[in-house]
Design a protein around this ligand. Structure first.
Ligand SMILES: *Cc1c(COP(=O)(O)O)cnc(C)c1O
Length: 386
């Protein structure tokens, strides 16, 4: 028996990725580094499949959330690719992080002091990026602690490489946040100027995620931490329209990297006047032909999509009917002449002329792409295709 048997699979398209990398390189100034953000299991694409694929396109810099993700990137790449940890590091992981010469965000005195302690112990310098609190109110050193932090860095220079100064914007993808972002920009720029006066400018000053790189290009600096764009999605409809208007473009220059596919497990006819599946949520008003697909909520196909979801079979956009089960869903195929067991079912992606976008797959609205992608289960196999 072949194992694992796959009720569904996620395909990662190399050619789509190339399109997006080319786009990002054009978007960023020439000497700005593109750091590929691969937190959240590479936005659901799978760190173990996605990262090696990116290397074929010259990517050597990665941003992750945690030490655990850094470990996975390091392990799969088997190179000394640059890795920057933007979030969680458990105290007991810090020595490993320093020993591996990874870069990491420092957003409080606690981690700063612990870094020096760990660096002393293992005899290597800690590569730190000071994250400033400029208004997001998540992690970040508050303004009034910035000077004491710099003094501490100077006093402990033999154990610290001051590699970066950074911040993160609180919703650069929407004009609603305009004033808040303007404040953040001012505060960050003031800190960068201050460092210049002290002649302490680190190698990487960085502030921009995808949305900020499009909406606030003056803030790009030495490195941009780009996530969603590289996967072929826009941070919001607003950023796409802004980009298109500015560049007199009417098409979408990005390509979706990910598709999610399954296959028909069973086909059958249901008489008029019957309920389909559990309960009474779908009733046949006409003789109905259905296909059963072996993907349910335990595989990440949300139960909320009961009677709402759409899939593609034989290039046609078809409705999910009845409730999503734990391991299966039902599709109304009445309008198709012929469907066979084993036919490809596209849950996200394209087939013939049809397309199921991540956005239509979930709800319309801001930021849902991020959530839907990141929630794709870890155990669905990922396959890199051309
Ligand atoms: C997630 C994240 C990014 C990347 O954001 P995108 O919108 O996906 O480009 C950049 N910086 C930080 C600190 C992040 O948490």
């Amino acid at each position: 028996m072949q194992y694992p048997s796959q009720t569904s699979r996620i395909e990662i398209s190399k050619s789509a990725y190339k399109t997006n990398v080319d786009f990002i390189h054009k978007l960023l100034p020439k000497n700005t580094l593109f750091a590929s953000v691969v937190k959240g299991n590479a936005y659901g694409h799978g760190i173990e499949q996605f990262c090696p694929m990116t290397q074929e396109f010259g990517i050597q810099h990665y941003c992750v959330f945690s030490a655990e993700e850094a470990y996975r990137v390091r392990k799969i790449l088997q190179t000394d690719a640059y890795i920057l940890i933007m979030g969680h590091i458990a105290d007991q992981e810090l020595e490993w992080v320093i020993d591996q010469e990874l870069d990491f965000f420092v957003f409080d005195f606690y981690r700063l002091e612990l870094s020096v302690k760990a660096a002393k112990k293992i005899g290597k310098k800690a590569n730190i990026h000071i994250e400033l609190e400029t208004g997001m109110n998540r992690t970040g050193i508050p303004q009034h602690k910035f000077k004491p932090v710099l003094k501490y860095i100077i006093d402990n220079q033999e154990h610290i490489n001051f590699k970066g100064l950074c911040t993160h914007f609180a919703g650069a993808e929407s004009i609603t946040n305009f004033h808040r972002i303007q404040k953040q920009k001012k505060r960050f720029s003031r800190a960068v100027r201050g460092l210049g006066r002290l002649e302490m400018r680190p190698k990487y000053v960085h502030a921009c995620c995808s949305a900020a790189a499009i909406q606030h290009p003056s803030m790009i600096h030495d490195m941009a931490r780009i996530g969603i764009l590289q996967y072929g999605f826009w941070p919001s409809a607003e950023t796409l329209i802004r980009y298109q208007t500015r560049n007199k473009l009417d098409s979408n220059p990005l390509k979706r990297v990910l598709s999610w596919k399954s296959q028909v497990m069973e086909v059958k006819d249901v008489k008029v006047g019957e309920f389909i599946g559990y309960g009474t949520s779908f009733f046949t008003n006409i003789p109905t032909k259905i296909a059963i697909v072996p993907v349910g909520y335990s595989y990440g196909y949300a139960r909320d999509l009961s009677n709402v979801g759409k899939v593609l079979i034989r290039g046609k956009r078809l409705s999910v009917i009845g409730t999503i089960n734990m391991n299966a869903l039902t599709v109304d195929i009445t309008e198709l002449d012929h469907v066979e067991r084993g036919d490809e079912v596209v849950l996200i992606g394209t087939q013939g002329e049809g397309e199921i976008t991540v956005n239509s797959f979930s709800d319309f609205g801001n930021l849902v792409n991020y959530e839907t992608l990141a929630r794709l289960p870890m155990d669905v196999p990922r396959i890199v295709v051309d």
